[in-house]
Design a binder for this molecule. Structure first.
Ligand code: SF4
Length: 205
């Protein structure tokens, strides 16, 4: 564990890095630019931390003092969905800190089933990167292993998971899209019944 950064602070929230795996290879991914994020140590993991190691790392940081616990990962956290949910449940049993997942929304595509119900009573916020106004553009910038199916897959996940968690948002990065494309993204977000957040580019979501 000494050689790995599992938890790190960003703007008063505690971020949790559980995997480097990802179903995308986004052109804008902060992993293309360096080893860390927001001044953290390297977020490349020499191996994936166990559930106990993740939990202990969270506990050692006194999670109650943070505004939120954010499963983010220098990769896609839902690649380890079972582990993520199991650790989040343990945290919820002991602490009242809110729990968010920053995700590419491929949870159900990765696991080949509807994963949305798993988030119920465990996760407070799911923040999903939309990145583009349509499947072709998404694939152009995100190079998903799911090809053009990735886009509809993430929208389907967003529409389903909003039935199980208090807050779901779709996000786009301001510099990546034209104002017209951002408008299109707003309409898409409306069509699945979740708000769109336009975030400033500072690296990984
Ligand atoms: S930005 Fe997120 S979804 Fe894209 S490659 Fe990086 S970790 Fe994966």
């Amino acid at each position: 564990m000494k050689d790995m950064t599992v938890t790190y602070e960003v703007d008063g929230a505690l971020y949790v890095n559980i995997t480097n795996r990802c179903s995308n290879r986004c052109d804008f991914c902060i992993r293309n630019n360096g080893d860390g994020a927001y001044g953290s140590n390297s977020l490349w993991l020499s191996r994936e931390p166990t559930c106990d190691e993740i939990f202990n790392s969270i506990v050692s940081c006194d999670p109650e003092k943070y505004s939120e616990l954010v499963f983010c990962g220098y990769g896609e956290p839902t690649e380890r969905l079972d582990d993520l949910i199991s650790v989040a449940k343990r945290v919820k049993e002991k602490y009242s800190v809110k729990i968010r997942i920053n995700t590419n929304g491929h949870s159900s595509l990765i696991h080949g089933c509807n994963t949305a119900p798993m988030y119920k009573d465990v996760i407070d916020t799911v923040s999903i990167s939309l990145n583009a106004p349509n499947a072709k553009e998404y694939d152009k910038v995100c190079h998903s292993v799911f090809g053009e199916n990735a886009f509809n897959g993430l929208l389907d996940f967003a529409a389903r998971v909003k039935n199980y968690v208090p807050k779901v948002v779709l996000t786009v990065v301001d510099i990546a899209l034209t104002p017209e494309e951002i408008e299109e993204c707003k309409k898409i977000a409306d069509s699945v019944g979740v708000p769109l957040r336009v975030r400033k580019y500072i690296g990984k979501e």
